[in-house]
Design a protein around this ligand. Structure first.
Ligand code: THG
Length: 367
């Protein structure tokens, strides 16, 4: 892959050598780091992900570490999610909002202890916001990007592969929980999580020097499981309704618009920065909301911009993500639809690069 000019700004990962050797055919840029998007083809990768097990270099899910006596306080300042019951072996999907209730990121938070957290970020420069909040408030906390690179193991055979490398203990890890498990002369946080609906794990690899040894161990152990390299898959993640920050939502959207209202019920001890804005919005109701949408007709091309949605000639939203689904034999899409038009069964028109199509609002996502 030589189409992107390489430089220090476009960061390699601890697994880049493995990804290249295994024949990556396309990348995107995410948090100023390479993220593979295709190995064989989006459809072949999709079929394999749903049938076998894949190893994903998701190093670009960078961690922000909060370390110090005010780490928990800072975390509660950042997110509307109620953290009161969160245990020291848990991960939470947490919206991060600004003072207007706009989405700044939708990371996974990993709690090591009240004084030490990782925030596993989506594609935005969240570190700057977090440092600014901490410094501005004079908090006793260090905020930095540690040398941690997540490697995801996803697919129906992920339990078997992981058990071979980390032991049968992995089978007891519950969804969005983690255990610290040994590898060679070190240990890693191993969580049951990942950006697919096929089941799997994420290994938070501390110290990049362990990257290729772990990559190689997983491929050696999984040869008879048909293990292959993979990456977050466009078709599979749309079927499952997994949102992509920067695509499906931006700072212009609130968590209520993103369907993340269930993570915006602050606890007694919450004082997150968007509290008033979100309370006002909850009262009035969101102006638009994320919906599963099916688009009729032949396969659509990848969406490089939000395709406008219309009802009777009036603009009523947009489609930021769409792909042909071989399993559901329709184009599956994520839409942001204005109030009054988002009920299931609502029939809209979407302007795609291949012309106008019918866009039908679904009751739920597909998977
Ligand atoms: N794993 C980790 N870090 C990440 C991602 C990840 N950082 C970037 C990006 N992905 C953040 N976005 C998401 C979006 C969805 C989910 C996780 C991170 C997700 N959602 C589940 C769902 O919607 O079914 C579960 C949410 C829940 O109920 O808690 O997993 O993938 N480390």
């Amino acid at each position: 892959m030589r189409l992107l000019s390489q430089s220090r700004r476009l960061r390699q990962t601890p697994f880049s050598k493995g990804v290249e050797d295994k024949g990556v055919t396309a990348y995107t840029v995410y948090n100023r780091m390479l993220l593979p998007t295709v190995f064989e083809s989006v459809e072949a990768d999709y079929r394999h992900l749903k049938s076998h097990v894949q190893i994903w270099d998701v190093s670009c899910e960078r961690q922000i570490e909060l370390n110090g006596l005010d780490a928990g306080h800072l975390m509660r300042r950042l997110t509307p999610r109620n953290l009161e019951k969160m245990q020291e072996d848990q991960c939470y999907y947490v919206p991060i909002v600004d003072e207007n209730g706009g989405m700044l990121n939708d990371p996974v938070a990993i709690k090591h202890s009240e004084d030490r957290w990782w925030i596993s970020i989506a594609d935005s420069d969240l570190l700057l916001w977090v440092k600014g909040l901490a410094v501005g408030a004079g908090m006793d906390v260090q905020v930095f990007e540690p040398d941690v690179s997540p490697l995801a193991v996803q697919g129906p055979k992920s339990d078997d592969l992981m058990a071979r490398v980390f032991g049968d203990e992995v089978r007891d890890i519950r969804f969005f929980r983690y255990k610290r498990l040994a590898f060679q002369d070190t240990s890693f946080v191993v969580a049951r999580s990942g950006y697919s609906k096929q089941g799997g794990y994420e290994i938070y690899v501390e110290n990049g020097a362990y990257g290729m040894p772990l990559w190689n161990a997983l491929f050696e152990a999984g040869a008879d499981l048909n293990v292959r390299p993979g990456c977050p898959n466009l078709i599979e993640r749309i079927e499952g309704g997994l949102l992509s920050y920067g695509n499906d939502m931006t700072m212009e959207n609130s968590p209520l618009e993103c369907g993340l209202g269930k993570f915006c019920k602050p606890g007694e001890d919450s004082d997150h920065i968007g509290m008033q804005a979100l309370a006002r919005e909850a009262e009035a109701g969101p102006a638009r909301q994320v919906r599963a949408i099916s688009i009729t007709g032949d396969p659509v091309p990848p969406a490089r911009s939000g395709w406008p949605l219309f009802k009777d000639g009036k603009r009523v939203g947009q489609i930021p993500s769409a792909a042909w689904s071989p399993d559901f034999e329709t184009n599956v899409a994520i839409g942001m639809v204005d109030t009054g038009h988002w009920d299931a069964g609502s029939i809209l028109t979407v302007a795609t690069p291949n012309g106008n199509r019918r866009a039908i609002v679904q009751e739920t996502f597909w998977a």
